[in-house]
Design a protein around this ligand. Structure first.
Ligand SMILES: Cc1cc2nc3c(=O)[nH]c(=O)nc-3n(C[C@H](O)[C@H](O)[C@H](O)COP(=O)(O)O)c2cc1C
Length: 327
């Protein structure tokens, strides 16, 4: 499937890239739960352009794509235009993602101290060169994910124009500044101002944690669509719920049986991706799947202490036998 952001059906709804979370296994779960081939679009977690160019196998493995995940956007981070272009070329040649995204919004020290992520918002000329050099070597759309700014929330308005002039096909804006990190509330009104300043499609991101908030975020931001991050963790049903709302149906609440079915499936896909000894790296997902569930406390410890897939599966089975609450 060829993606064309300008003509893609509105609203564009996508899973936001999340390091250690939106891997192949989770992207497949999201697509399977929604049961549609092209909805939502999934953005894969960021990979380092330098590591790709160095031929780091672990990084290259992270860019493999299962057919069930397509259409898929691979996010890349880095700050050297030639390296970014070469990384995109290598990934395109090996795995043909339907699009690329550049991370210009990540606030964490490990990323920004090398002029990567949100630090590029302080270097508009360099950001534009990255876009131009990548566009010159790929034949799929290029998007960029930014924040409102480094410290000044109006920076996104001028920065979005710089990206548009450089030839970007779509921009996502997380409604916080780099200095805010994850504090405060995402400012969808400011995203609206940046959206009004450019003619490329813009996606609104930040604090759209439930399907009920999705129409509201679209209305306030005037955006072409949404990128959903934490709202999808432990809740891959959020996209299906949004479709129900759009069709005038009330989304069904997720039964314990369905939740456990999806957790089992996600676990199987996680083990398929990382091997049978990777139960420990699945725990972060378990916390999200059972967050706030009444009566979950008694299962939490055995679940988090499970060392093998069978140990974990037996805790999940016990949950179904003796539900933590009335289903
Ligand atoms: C665990 C985690 C990992 C993230 N990793 C990335 C990433 O790799 N690339 C990126 O652009 N944003 C990343 N983000 C930011 C999210 O994509 C999103 O912009 C942010 O969480 C705000 O959206 P939300 O309120 O829907 O969660 C990450 C966020 C979280 C919580």
């Amino acid at each position: 499937m060829k993606l064309d952001w300008k003509n893609h059906p509105r609203p564009i709804i996508a899973l936001s890239p999340m390091a250690d979370m939106t891997d192949s296994a989770f992207c497949r779960v999201v697509k399977e739960v929604t049961a549609l081939t092209d909805f939502p679009i999934v953005f894969r977690e960021m990979v380092s352009a330098e590591a790709v160019v160095r031929g780091n196998n672990k990084t290259l493995d992270m860019t493999e794509i299962h057919p069930g995940e397509r259409p898929l956007i691979q996010q890349i981070f880095g700050s050297d235009p030639a390296t970014m272009a070469e990384a995109a070329r290598i990934i395109a040649e090996q795995h043909q993602p339907e699009g690329f995204d550049v991370n210009m919004g990540c606030p964490v020290y490990k990323i920004v101290h090398n002029f990567n992520g949100a630090a590029l918002m302080k270097e508009p000329e360099l950001a534009a060169r990255i876009v131009k050099s990548m566009k010159a070597v790929i034949d799929v759309p290029l998007s960029v994910k930014i924040r409102l700014g480094w410290s000044d929330p109006t920076e996104c308005i001028t920065f979005a124009k710089v990206l548009e002039d450089a030839g970007v096909d779509l921009i996502t804006i997380h409604g916080r500044t780099k200095l805010q990190g994850y504090s405060g509330v995402a400012d969808w009104e400011m995203i609206k101002r940046a959206k009004a300043a450019v003619s490329v499609p813009v996606l609104c991101n930040g604090d759209v944690h439930t399907a009920n908030l999705m129409p509201k975020a679209l209305e306030v931001s005037h955006c072409d669509g949404l990128l959903i991050a934490r709202g999808a963790l432990g809740n891959p049903w959020i996209f299906k719920d949004f479709l129900d709302l759009q069709a005038g149906r009330t989304p069904e609440s997720v039964s314990l049986t369905e939740r456990l079915r999806v957790v089992h499936r996600h676990l199987d896909l996680h083990l398929e991706q990382y091997g049978n000894r990777s139960v420990n790296t699945f725990r972060k997902h378990l916390s999200w799947y059972f967050k706030g569930m009444p009566g979950f406390k008694k299962y939490k410890e055995p679940m988090m202490k499970a060392q093998t897939p069978d140990e974990l599966r037996s805790v999940l089975h016990a949950m179904l036998e003796t539900p933590p609450f009335v289903v």
